[in-house]
Design a protein around this ligand. Sequence first.
Ligand code: C2O
Length: 573
Amino acid sequence: MERSKWILIITLAFLLATLPVTLRNLKSNLVIQCPYLGDVTNVILGKLEGWSLGNQLEVTEEKIGGIKALGPNLTTCHPSFGRDDLLVHCCPPAFETPVPYVDFLSPDPQSPVRVRRPAHLVDENYIAKYNKALSIMKSLPYDDPRSFARQANLHCLFCTGAYDQQNSNAPLSIHRTWLFFPWHRMMIYFHERIIGSLIGDDTFALPYWAWDIPEGMVIPDMYMNKNSSFFHTERDVSHFSPKIVDLNYAYERNLSPEEQLDTNLAFMYNQMVSGARKMELFMGCIYKAGEEGYCNAPGTVELAPHNTLHTWVGSNLNPGREDMGKFYSAARDPIFYAHHPNIDRLWEVWREIHQNQMDIKDPDWLDSFFFFYDENLKLVKVEVRDVLDITKLGYSYEQVDRPWMNKRPMPSVPPKLARQILKANENKLQLSSSNHVSSSDFRSHGRALDASLTVKVNRTRNHLTKSEKEEEEVIVVHGIEVKGDAYVKFDVYVNVADETIITPKFREFAGTFAHIPGGGEMMRRKTDLKLGVSELLEDLEADQDESIWITLLPRTASCSNVTIGGVRTEHIR
Ligand code: C2O
């Protein structure tokens, strides 16, 4: 009698303890068949997990001193939305079972440096070697985390919110936040070492697509060769070489090659130099663990050229311009592994321009962590702090010129004349057009961006003390809400006298919002756009003015699905 009572108690306790796992599995299956049930199960699951794991969580938090670092819980993998109408399954096999991991160790400092070279400069031998390695990688079975399909799915997992965070039910997002640069650095680092190990070459380095310099502003030849493993069918063929890239791509503008080139360089200047004079403006918003730590405001280069080039490369025949045009599929295109090294290089260039003055010291960023399989099939835990010194990581970039550094743009109209025109137009415009507004506070439900919108904004301060001059004046377009699933792009200009002639080649250009939706609920949260404009206002002789005119110019038809909460200026230290 005594004995069967004990067996009953033990069985009950076991069932209770495994309930969350059972539900979690049940949930994955449910979500596959009926997506709308996902939320319901989430709620039940959240409650049950909180209740049954309560004690366990406390222990973990205590163990790490009450600080919760941000990182994925690998056993929470679930199907995610690659597009609104497309549930994708990117989870690795057997993810439910925790795999033992090792902490990251920098490579042996004695090992050779891997020098990443511009893709337009690499030679035949290099291309042959890389081609062979990539075809081996493509032939590995899906079970092997080094296989190309698994490498591509790494991006899918982290970019569509397929994991929850550790110690929290909050989803994890690596785009549109300050995790953008370090996460992609990690991914590319392991990928490069795996490629090298497949051909036994410990000097192997990925090429970088130097789209920021004139020589690199076409799809590099190696990616155009139909008989190589670098070729990919899901691309926009109208953008094949010799078409010059449009770093601010929204739709076909068919500028002359010279005009496109010039515009690209001025655009780079804005994104790298004048628009990125503070950490947050370049790196993206400050994102911390847990639901409350969520943020959604990408840095300049992530918005463009990063997002814009994803879209520019992807096939115009696919609904989301796949493969490069959507994050779930982007890393299936081999050119992804040349695009991102250039992004990574520009992070280094930006640090150099600012003499490392803006390096982030916040432990919450430094402690954020991820997991990757290395070339020896070991699962490695890497923290952001591990990947801040590329010399220690054993790679470098072959230097190229930076012609955009001295492409500080000129105003399209002399500033004094522009102000006269703007003032003269002001009354007339206010009366005649609902798209010319003097208040930056929009109605509570926001304003649709179905046509260009000019807002007169009162600046918070127009006479700065010396210490305030160190601060950066920032235009904030806040509460941007994107409905629907299309690529969304609008540009922001200051004191524009003539909308019909304006392009990013001119000083009035403050920056752009280039948005690739995907990832379900999480990615649909409102975003902010922050654009540094102190230098721009000086050049437009508007730095002493009480107010400025800010124009939002929609560049895609999808902007009719966008609402804006408001526009203001603020200062950041
Ligand atoms: Cu995670 Cu180029 O994107």
